[in-house]
Ligand binder design. Structure first.
Ligand code: SAM
Length: 278
């Protein structure tokens, strides 16, 4: 049997409800991503490649940064989700975003991008170093490479006796991502991946939304996330549907937070960017 690492079985599934979850996820992390692109230097007039576009949120944010003089090309291996992305880009009034279906590592793309950016995508790739090395060849000298990825390791320090439900969710969530082959410490690994891909040491930031008040949208987001991963949780026999009771999850997490007065943390995101030598 080969020890070669394979791409992850896409942990979140490919349903319409997962596409809706991606959109809600983006609303929770949008400020993080906007600060990231601002720090990275992505700006007016640039031509930017968005890797693993999903429902198009990152591409739409990038279009705000590059303005009408710039262009955004978004690529995703899942053609269905790109239909949603295309419709949303049009609805947002952007005429300068193009979406292309294909694997970002093999698709034939021009090598004149001012920047390549991606969010929550390297974590699904068997060899993120090789992927980044290839993507960098598409960027002009002096261009920008910018990736935002999740990291589950900080959750260990949040486990607490007063948060039994949240503790279980952390254990089940990490187990399903690990078993699916996704890289659950991709955020912390960005530094290594950039350097091993031959890039300069990246500038890094760590951020995560936390909640919170009863109206915090993160509670519903967590419920939706477990709805997306439930089929794999059951397939890998990590927990049963009865144990998770997904339809009441948001309410039960919120009640636990209110009783324990300990906030719940969404998956932490780490951002890394470099400017390539000219
Ligand atoms: C978690 S979603 C993130 C979507 C979007 N970047 C965002 O943050 O809202 C990851 C996306 O990457 C895509 N993807 C994974 N591996 C890919 C590859 N090798 N080439 C292109 N897309 C890929 C998946 O199909 C999925 O839509």
């Amino acid at each position: 049997m080969s020890n070669e690492r394979r791409d992850a079985e896409y942990t979140m599934g490919r349903t319409q409800s997962e596409t809706d979850r991606l959109i809600k996820q983006s609303q929770l992390y949008d400020n993080v991503t906007r600060r990231f692109f601002l720090n990275s230097g992505i700006t007016n007039g640039m031509k930017v490649l968005d890797v693993g576009s999903g429902a198009g949120d990152v591409a739409i944010t990038l279009a705000d940064f590059v303005g009408e003089q710039g262009r955004v090309i978004g690529v995703d291996v899942n053609p269905d989700v790109l239909e949603t992305a295309k419709n949303r880009a049009v609805a947002a009034g952007h005429k300068n975003i193009e979406f292309i279906a294909g694997d970002i590592r093999t698709l034939d793309l021009p090598n004149d991008f001012d920047a390549v950016a991606g969010r929550l995508v390297l974590m699904y790739m068997a060899d993120p170093v090789e992927a980044l090395r290839h993507l960098t060849t598409l960027v002009k000298p002096g261009g920008i490479v910018a990736f935002q990825e999740a990291d589950f390791s900080p959750y260990q320090s949040t486990l607490h006796a007063d948060s039994p439900l949240i503790n279980d969710l952390i254990e089940w969530g990490k187990a399903v991502f690990d078993k699916s082959g996704a890289h659950t410490e991709m955020g912390m690994d960005l530094y290594r991946v950039f350097v091993d891909a031959g890039l300069p040491e990246p500038t890094l930031h760590f951020e995560t939304p936390m909640g919170g008040p009863p109206d915090w949208p993160g509670f519903a987001y967590l419920e939706n996330s477990f709805r997306s991963i439930l089929p794999l949780i059951e397939k890998y026999e990590i927990a049963t549907a009865e144990q998770i009771d997904v339809d009441t999850l948001a309410e039960r997490i919120q009640k636990e937070v209110a009783a324990s007065k300990r906030p719940v943390m969404l998956p932490p995101h780490i951002t890394a960017h470099v400017v390539l030598p000219s």
